[in-house]
Each structure stands twice: as structure tokens, then as C-alpha cells.
Design a protein around this ligand. Structure first.
Ligand SMILES: Nc1ncnc2c1ncn2[C@@H]1O[C@H](COP(=O)(O)OP(=O)(O)O)[C@@H](O)[C@H]1O
Ligand SMILES: [Mg+2]
Length: 426
């Protein structure tokens, strides 16, 4: 069988596509995607093998400084073992070497045995390498939408930064993260991934923290919507809220967060209706629309779930209504560990601190810990008689605990437990 090698022309796109399809038909996931390969055909360097007027092989590469990368290399199966591959590689090298390249590299999947042809073309197998890749979670266009909405991609480690709260974490991991991060698996089991949820519980228990951590865990951008603030918008608040949600719908994946939703979604019915009631009505209309598309999650948080409008929690609007309560002993211990500097952990009686902070929220513990740290720092620097500055002591912490007012009263805890009975949906 005779063949010749020539350069790529724009009219060859379909032929390259066919070669691409045969190369990837067995489920192999290539390092360079089709868009990358076609871009390199047009802008970089591509040579084709032609036999009987048919494109039967291609080699495509790009130069990155002194190193060239072959982004696609394939010959139709029935044309292999005739030297086409080696001819393509030498033609490519001949075209690219004058650019000042010192190296030409290619990544080959384990399953694909190209060692013969590559060896003949002078390539050395560096098989002790592993290949890693990370998908950049948002595109250029999405980045600008996010900018407009005041949203952002959060740091990767917020989830692991949540101390204690194992029960809540496990619950969110199973109900939200699992189906949302692997929708194909969820579908196999007939599980519909959640689209919107409510987090409720006393102030300072970590609702906002959890909402952000879920976004971070999913690697989805995080957009907080402030309906009450939209009230100031010239277009009218309902219109402004609608606009925000329209912009949001241009994002492939996103966690949308509305905090302290009771501010706007409190029981309606006052006469005359307030501006905020208009926002509530709009939000009630927007949630079902938001739920129509997968890959997005709306989280609303409230300290006073019983104040919410009945229509708000009606079935069909939220998949889960999840309580986030005060930390138990184990959780408090982890939270203390999180806030005591590592150098002082050994000398501080954490068990005592845990005992003395029954009823404290994570926010209260954080507050007390910071207060103790500040006091210890000040006395180490300004007080007489302190020779070697060490970290905060048990006494510093106990003093700070005594000086911190618990945010959540017994009454609030009682109400929260009632709310769990009446309204939680897990
Ligand atoms: N599990 C936790 N571990 C460590 N710090 C926490 C935890 N939960 C909350 N915090 C801290 O407590 C403060 C209040 O938490 P936040 O999420 O705003 O509570 P909420 O939204 O329920 O009122 C934040 O500064 C947060 O960093
Ligand atoms: Mg909050």
C-alpha cells in the first residue's frame, strides 16, 4: 500500500475528526481534548498520511518554548505496521526542529502499545512518570459572570477546616456531596441529586460555614445573594432578584447561598404588603425555576425557621431541611483543638474547657479562644515578671470562658428541638 505525507489543510477537519473517533472509541480519555487537537491543527503543526486520496493517519504537535508536545498521533488500524507512523513523526520533527526545539514529547496511554513505532522514530520510553491533571473548575466567561455577581471560587480546604460536627458533616456528605459530585452514579441508583436545601439552627452553629464548605468540597463557585440588599435596587427588588438568578443560570455549576432568609421570607399577610413581601413572592417563583436544571445547589439558612412563611417550606421547594445544632462534647473538643495554638495544646487542659463550654456554639468557642489568646499575648509582652513568653494557659481560657456570654439560651435550644420535630426533613 502506498502513502504520502502532506501538511494539514482546513478542509481536513472531518478526516482528523474520524481519526480522533477511532482513537478514542474504546473509552480512552486523551490528555489533549478534541478542541485542543483541532486548535493545534489550525495554528500549530500537523501532518497527515494520505493513501488512495484518504486521510489514514495524522500527527499534530505544538511548540512550548524549547519543548514540542505531540497532542495527537494516530493511524487507522488497517493501515498500521507499514511505516506510516514513523513517517508522520519524522515529517513532524522536520517541520518543528527549526523552531529551536530541543525535545519532542508524547504521552501514550498504557493500554495503547506504541512502543514499536515510537522506538523506531527515536523516542525513549520514560515510563516511570505518572500523569496528573486537575480540571480548572470555571471558564473564562463564568469568571466574569461570577465577578458581576460578587461570587467566587472558595479555597479547597474549607470542608476539612470544620472542626467536630461529625454527624452534620456525614449527613451533608451523604445527602449532598455524594449525589452532586457523581451524578452518573446517583442516576444509576435512581437518586435525584438535591437542588435546594434549608439549613436551620441557633445563631453561630456553623450554617454559613457549612454552606461555604459544601461549595468548597464540590469545587463549585459560591454566590451569595442578599435579597434584602436588593431592596435598594432602582429596578425594584423583585426585578433585581430575578436578574441575579438569570445571571446565575449562565453558570454550569454553582452553590447559591441566601443567609438569614427569615429576613425576607417571614410570614406574609401584613397590610399593606411590604416591599420585602414582594421579594418573598419572587423568590417563591424563582426556586422552582432554579430547580429545573442540574448541577446547581441553592442553600438557604435561617436562625428562626418557625418564622418562615408556610409556603416557603412546602414540599417541592426544598429537598432537605437540615438542623445544625450546638456542638456536643466531641465536637467541642475538636473545635477547641482547632483554636488553641499547637504549641500550647499539650499544656492546656482541654477536657476542662470542653466541660465548661457546654451550651457554647462554635462561634462562642471561637470568641472565647481569641479573647484568651489576646489576653495571654498582652500579659506576656507588657506584664512584669513574665520571663519566657509561652502561649495561652488553661487559666487564660477559663477566664475568657467566664467572660463570654452564651449566644444560645436554654429557651432557644428548646425551640430548636421543637423545630426539628416539626419541620426537619432529612
Ligand atoms: N465546626 C466549626 N469549627 C470551627 N469553627 C466554627 C465551626 N462552626 C462555626 N465556626 C466558627 O463560628 C463562627 C460562626 O459560624 P457561622 O457559620 O457564621 O454560624 P451561623 O451561620 O450558623 O450563624 C465562624 O467564625 C466560624 O468560623
Ligand atoms: Mg450565618
Amino acid at each position: 500500500m502506498s502513502f504520502r505525507i502532506r501538511e494539514y489543510h482546513p478542509a481536513d477537519t472531518d478526516a482528523v475528526l474520524e481519526l480522533w473517533n477511532t482513537a478514542t472509541s474504546d473509552g480512552f480519555e486523551p490528555v489533549y481534548g478534541l478542541a485542543e487537537v483541532l486548535a493545534s491543527c489550525q495554528k500549530d503543526h500537523a501532518v497527515l498520511a494520505i493513501s488512495d486520496d484518504r486521510v489514514v493517519g495524522a500527527a499534530v504537535a505544538r511548540a512550548a518554548h524549547e519543548q514540542g508536545w505531540i497532542v495527537f498521533f494516530n493511524t487507522l488500524p488497517e493501515y498500521r505496521r507499514q511505516g506510516i507512523g514513523s513517517s508522520l513523526l519524522s515529517a513532524l520533527e522536520a517541520r518543528m526542529a527549526p523552531l529551536g526545539l530541543t525535545k519532542l514529547s508524547i504521552l501514550v496511554p498504557e493500554s495503547q502499545d506504541e512502543s514499536g513505532v515510537l522506538d523506531r522514530a527515536g523516542f525513549v520510553d520514560k515510563n516511570h512518570l505518572s500523569y496528573f491533571e486537575r480540571k480548572i473548575p470555571i471558564s473564562e466567561k463564568e469568571r466574569s459572570i461570577l465577578g458581576e455577581l460578587g461570587g467566587r471560587v472558595l479555597p479547597r480546604d474549607l470542608w476539612s477546616g470544620i472542626a467536630g460536627m461529625q454527624k452534620e458533616k456525614e449527613m451533608l456528605e451523604r445527602r449532598l456531596v455524594l449525589p452532586l459530585s457523581d451524578p452518573a452514579l446517583a442516576e444509576k441508583f435512581g437518586v435525584e441529586p438535591p437542588r435546594s436545601i434549608v439549613l436551620f439552627g441557633p445563631p453561630g452553629t456553623g450554617k454559613t460555614t457549612f454552606a461555604k464548605a459544601v461549595a468548597s468540597r464540590l469545587d463549585w463557585p459560591f454566590v451569595e445573594v442578599f435579597p434584602a440588599r436588593l431592596a435598594a435596587d432602582q429596578k425594584g427588588l423583585a426585578g433585581a432578584l430575578r436578574d441575579s438568578f438569570t445571571r446565575i443560570s449562565d453558570l454550569d455549576n454553582v452553590v447559591v447561598f441566601i443567609d438569614e432568609v427569615e429576613e425576607i421570607a417571614a410570614q406574609r399577610g401584613g397590610e399593606p404588603p411590604t416591599a420585602l413581601q414582594g421579594v418573598t413572592n419572587e423568590l417563591l417563583k424563582l426556586i422552582p425555576l432554579f430547580r429545573e436544571r442540574p448541577g446547581r445547589l441553592l442553600i438557604v439558612a435561617t436562625n428562626f425557621i418557625r418564622a418562615l412563611d408556610d409556603a416557603f417550606l412546602r414540599h417541592g421547594r426544598f429537598d432537605y431541611v437540615i438542623p445544625i445544632g450546638l456542638p456536643d462534647k466531641t465536637a467541642r473538643e475538636s473545635i477547641w483543638h482547632r483554636y488553641i495554638p499547637p504549641g500550647s495544646l499539650e499544656s492546656v487542659d482541654v477536657t476542662e474547657l470542653v466541660k465548661r463550654t457546654d451550651g457554647f456554639s462554635p462561634a462562642d468557642i471561637e470568641f472565647a479562644a481569641r479573647k484568651a489568646a489576646q489576653k495571654a499575648l498582652e500579659s506576656a509582652v507588657y506584664d512584669d515578671g513574665v520571663s519566657v513568653p509561652t502561649g495561652p494557659t488553661t487559666e487564660d481560657y477559663l477566664w475568657a470562658i467566664g467572660d463570654t456570654r452564651m449566644t444560645v439560651s436554654g429557651e432557644m435550644v428548646g425551640a430548636f428541638l421543637e423545630d426539628i420535630d416539626a419541620l426537619a426533613r432529612l
